[in-house]
Design a protein around this ligand. Structure first.
Ligand code: PLP
Length: 442
């Protein structure tokens, strides 16, 4: 039994590596949002749904590198393409056939994509959509949803985890910089919208309509609770942005996982520009911007310097393109139907177990993604999903207890599926969650 507790070898090799890391890497390791008290687990290998740590412990991986690994680890078609490309060359100072192939594949799937451009991360993708929106409109301000995470570009590192005392009123949230490295002046150009609240959002957008270049949304914002956007809110945002010539940007770095044709399209809508990443790189670094040709025009360098120059030493590098092609070719409409069914099974199994055990916990999510909340009522957005110190302490105990029971989840207890997963893996995870909660409630 690969995931049995009885085979637990301890974590001393991870502890040692963290000790070495602390001397030469600030913070001991190069990731921020990892569960790491007293130290992170150092992984050595991944196969399918399993991860092996440096001590030889095997885990069920429900994190999949923050949702990027949609086929899990060591997916054969990706390995084969990468081995082949490795021999041909890992990066060139010019384009390859591979970028055309991946672009054709993506434009063939997402109905409103005429064109895409490739970058190296979700952060970069979001940054370029905002720059394009500014170039297209001649305006500077952007609006984002309260609590939604969009990567590390200054204008979007706003209203993420400030203390509740600084949030401002529900209907008019404050724009607080998340990083001490950002200026308040930049944050002042970001308008924060109350998620799923049409009337309050209408008032804010009307007030700023002549200054807004873009409204940036995520149809399933993770940090804001992994609560899906409401259809009426999305319909309203689509209509008001079109009316005032504001660019509607859909950040699908995570939510591109929601369907064969992307995130916003699952809800029956189209964005003007889309920033996406993660799954389309098959586990290698990637980001992309996509949209109708007229919205992609700022990047066009056919006649010289474009309005928004977009370069990058590793943009569209052959390895990421090769892994991305193999990954996306291996996803069909049916893959996403299976994700919906298995995701529903996971959410209902967890909810049933919480009821049965009389645990005051709830579950949110959609498709292949779900999140466990240590509160009885499922959150409606960022303010309810925000973990107070006591809740945060309990969450850390839960995540550590899950790790000790060989299940890896994100630090906010978000889980995601990969194609090699089955109901058996879900059942195993639910059993581990049930056992782990005993530690939390102890
Ligand atoms: N946008 C969303 C919705 C994300 O979830 C993330 C990362 O998790 C980003 C942007 C940033 O992407 P990256 O980490 O590739 O820079």
């Amino acid at each position: 039994d690969k995931t049995s507790n009885s085979t637990f070898q301890g974590l001393h090799r991870s502890a040692e590596l963290f000790g070495r890391g602390q001397r030469v890497i600030t913070g001991g390791n190069a990731r921020l949002s990892l569960f790491q008290r007293p130290h992170p687990v150092y992984f050595a290998e991944g196969t399918g749904v399993h991860l092996l740590d440096v001590n030889g412990n095997t885990y069920l991986d429900f994190m999949n590198n923050f949702t990027a690994l949609i086929h899990g680890h060591g997916f054969r078609p990706v390995l084969d393409r990468l081995h082949h490309q490795l021999e041909l060359g890992v990066s060139f100072s010019g384009p390859t056939e591979l970028e055309v192939e991946l672009a054709e594949l993506l434009c063939g799937r997402v109905p409103y994509f005429d064109q895409v451009r490739f970058v190296n991360s979700g952060t970069e993708a979001v940054m370029y959509t905002i720059k394009a929106a500014r170039a297209l409109t001649g305006r500077v301000k952007i609006a984002k949803l309260e609590g939604a995470f969009h990567g590390s570009y200054d204008p979007v590192e706003v209203s993420l985890d400030s203390a509740p005392a600084n949030w401002g009123s529900r209907s008019a949230p404050n724009a607080i910089p998340y990083s001490a490295g950002n200026s308040q002046a930049v944050a002042d150009d970001t308008v924060v919208l109350p998620f799923n609240d049409v009337e309050a959002t209408r008032e804010i957008l009307e007030r700023n309509r002549d200054k807004l270049a873009a409204v940036l949304i995520d149809v399933l914002p993770q940090r804001a609770g992994l609560v899906p956007i409401s259809l009426s809110y999305l319909a309203f945002l689509r209509e008001i942005t079109a009316r005032y010539g504001i660019v509607l940007i859909s950040d699908e770095v995570m939510s591109f996982r929601l369907s064969f044709r992307g995130g916003i399209t699952r809800f029956g809508f189209e964005a003007d520009l889309c920033a996406f990443a993660k799954i389309i790189g098959g586990g290698l670094p990637i980001g992309a911007v996509g949209g109708p040709a007229r919205y992609m025009l700022p990047f066009d360098s056919t006649n010289g310097k474009p309005l928004v120059p977009q370069a990058g030493t590793f943009s569209a590098n052959p390895m990421s393109m090769a892994a991305g092609i193999a990954t996306m070719q291996s996803l069909s409409e049916q893959s996403f139907q299976l994700f919906d069914d298995l995701g529903e099974y996971a959410r209902s199994s967890l909810i049933e177990m919480f009821h049965r055990e009389r645990l005051p916990y709830s579950v949110t999510g959609m498709g292949s993604m779900f999140r466990i909340h240590l509160r009885a009522e499922a959150p409606e957005g960022y303010r309810e999903a925000y973990a107070a110190a006591e809740q945060q302490r309990k969450m850390e105990i839960l995540i550590r207890a899950l790790q000790d029971r060989n299940v890896i989840v994100s630090p906010t207890c978000q889980l995601c599926l990969s194609t090699p997963m089955s109901k058996d893996h879900i059942d195993e995870m639910v059993t581990s969650v049930r056992e782990a909660t005993k530690m939390v409630e102890a």
